[in-house]
Design a protein around this ligand. Structure first.
Ligand SMILES: Nc1ncnc2c1ncn2[C@@H]1O[C@H](COP(=O)(O)OP(=O)(O)OP(=O)(O)O)[C@@H](O)[C@H]1O
Ligand SMILES: [Mg+2]
Length: 107
């Protein structure tokens, strides 16, 4: 359903380069419930931003339902965010009177 293949992503701030994702390969199955754990700064948010189509990877490929995203244009990412993925931030952009499920499904 969702596959990360040799994903790399770095941040460049001035002369400093941070390799946030360094050759990440992982597959998620349909209906699977997954928790990603790791110390602060280990790249969890970076990975979720990539999976959620909010941020771009530098190298590798993200396969969504069997389709490579390597050559996705911005409009393809827009469609993916609108139609395929639900993304809940930890503490903003939530609609308080809705349940977690309703918040996820709203998109
Ligand atoms: N926008 C950014 N610009 C520069 N460096 C960044 C940026 N976002 C993250 N980083 C760096 O990338 C690395 C991974 O950060 P990330 O936020 O993905 O980690 P995390 O696992 O989500 O951490 P936390 O548990 O604190 O939320 C860290 O070294 C962080 O400082
Ligand atoms: Mg984080």
């Amino acid at each position: 359903m969702l596959q990360l293949k040799h994903i790399f992503k770095s941040y460049h701030v001035g002369d400093t380069v941070t390799h946030a994702l360094d050759d990440v390969t992982i597959s998620f199955r349909d209906q699977e419930f997954v928790a990603i754990l790791g110390p602060s700064g280990s790249g969890k948010t970076t990975m979720l931003n990539v999976i959620g189509g909010l941020d771009r990877y530098d190298k590798g490929d993200l396969i969504i339902n069997g389709k490579a995203t390597k050559n996705f244009k911005e409009t393809d990412w827009d469609a993916y965010r609108n139609n395929t993925v639900g993304f809940i931030f930890q503490n903003y952009n939530l609609i308080p009177h809705l349940s977690i499920m309703d918040n996820v499904e709203l998109g």
